[in-house]
Design a protein around this ligand. Structure first.
Ligand code: NDP
Length: 318
């Protein structure tokens, strides 16, 4: 029997390709110049798609693949995949939960420290010679003993709470449903923001979280408050964030994700109240290798018995 066809949206490492190449006939979207012409010739043969959290699977590609059976996502967030459409067509969708929890938590700590301890300015002070010409750098804020609100206390949110323990924080959280955890629950995000020194966003993206960190939440966090977003750019109202930072109604923002990636608004780049990262929450060799291995595991398991190892909840019954 011939190997099933796999459409690759986005890249794959050599390690991933070495495991996939013997098992699938691979088509790479990056090498397809005319999707319609390609689809007319190959679309019906494609049963599997591999994609990432940013690109997902567009409606055009879904329509071009009438016999699609499995979508394997590289990443835990799958807001760019239309799971309703997949369920309706019986298409299994997998993602890569848990293997990146620690790295995203590390990124959160990095943003927290860089923001509160004024890393950008202190580093510039050291490099520029200001230390010699102007004396000691201005003082910064300790991360110790702060009240830290976690918006989205799931797999990664819990890991963030665990790793924050070194700073002896008071952890509070907001989710739609109360969890069995030793932290104070806030049913209202604005109320939680009022109580916090730092608000960490780590929910999924998608309609239910779209711009839930709005003007009111940002102003509740206040002039000394810090927002950290390692979830999705869509979770924060970016225009409101810029206004809050520029007016001093919000103290600081540490951002790994943005509304229109890879675009970052100039106002955020120019601000001395921001620490910016180019969506590298899970971006280490070690963690990306683990994500790649699980992405491939899902495809190989599907090829073996039609199931996937780590389905997204919406498609777990398929
Ligand atoms: P989980 O599904 O384990 O946790 C999600 C949490 O968010 C749950 O506690 C859930 O609780 C809460 N939540 C969901 N919807 C809402 C809502 N509308 N309002 C309030 N809380 C909500 O996901 P993970 O922890 O594994 O991943 C979280 C997200 O992190 C990913 O979906 C992805 O977008 C992002 N991410 C970012 C990365 C980066 O590089 N920056 C890397 C990896 C992930 P409840 O259902 O009770 O509301």
């Amino acid at each position: 029997m011939s190997n099933p066809s796999l459409l690759m949206i986005g890249g794959a490492t050599d390690e991933m390709l070495s495991r996939l190449t013997p098992e699938f006939t691979i088509h790479k979207l990056s090498e397809i110049s005319d999707l319609n012409a390609w689809a007319a010739e190959h679309g019906a043969s494609v049963e599997a798609v591999m994609t990432n959290g940013h690109d997902g699977v567009s409606p055009e590609i879904m329509a071009a693949l009438p016999n699609l059976k499995v979508v394997s996502g590289y990443g835990v967030g799958y807001d760019a995949v239309d799971t309703d459409a997949c369920v309706a067509r019986g298409i299994k969708v997998s993602h890569t939960p848990n293997v990146l929890n620690g790295e995203v938590a590390n990124t959160t700590l990095l943003l927290l420290l860089a923001g509160l301890r004024n890393f950008r300015h202190d580093e510039a002070w050291a490099r520029s010679g200001d230390w010699e010409s102007k004396g000691s750098a201005p003082l910064s804020t300790s991360p110790d003993g702060k009240t830290i609100g976690i918006l989205g206390l799931g797999r990664i949110g819990q890991e963030i709470a665990d790793r924050l323990a070194i700073f002896n924080p008071t952890i509070v959280y907001h989710t739609r449903s109360k969890k069995d955890v030793p932290y104070t629950y806030y049913g209202d995000l604005v109320d939680m923001a009022k109580a916090c020194d730092v608000l960490v966003c780590i929910t999924p993206g998608g309609p239910s979280t779209n711009k839930i960190v709005n003007k009111e939440v940002l102003e509740a966090l206040g002039p000394k408050g810090m927002l950290i977003n390692v979830s999705r750019g869509s979770v924060v109202d970016e225009d409101a964030l810029i206004v809050a930072l520029e007016s001093g109604k919000l103290g600081l923002a540490g951002l790994d994700v943005f509304e229109r990636e890879p675009h970052i608004p100039d106002a955020l780049k120019a601000s001395d109240r921001t620490v910016l990262l180019p969506h590298v929450g899970s971006g280490t060799h070690e963690t990306r290798a683990a994500m790649g291995a699980l992405t491939v595991d899902n495809l190989l398991q599907w090829k073996t018995d039609g199931s996937v190892k780590t389905p997204v909840p919406e498609c777990a019954h398929l």
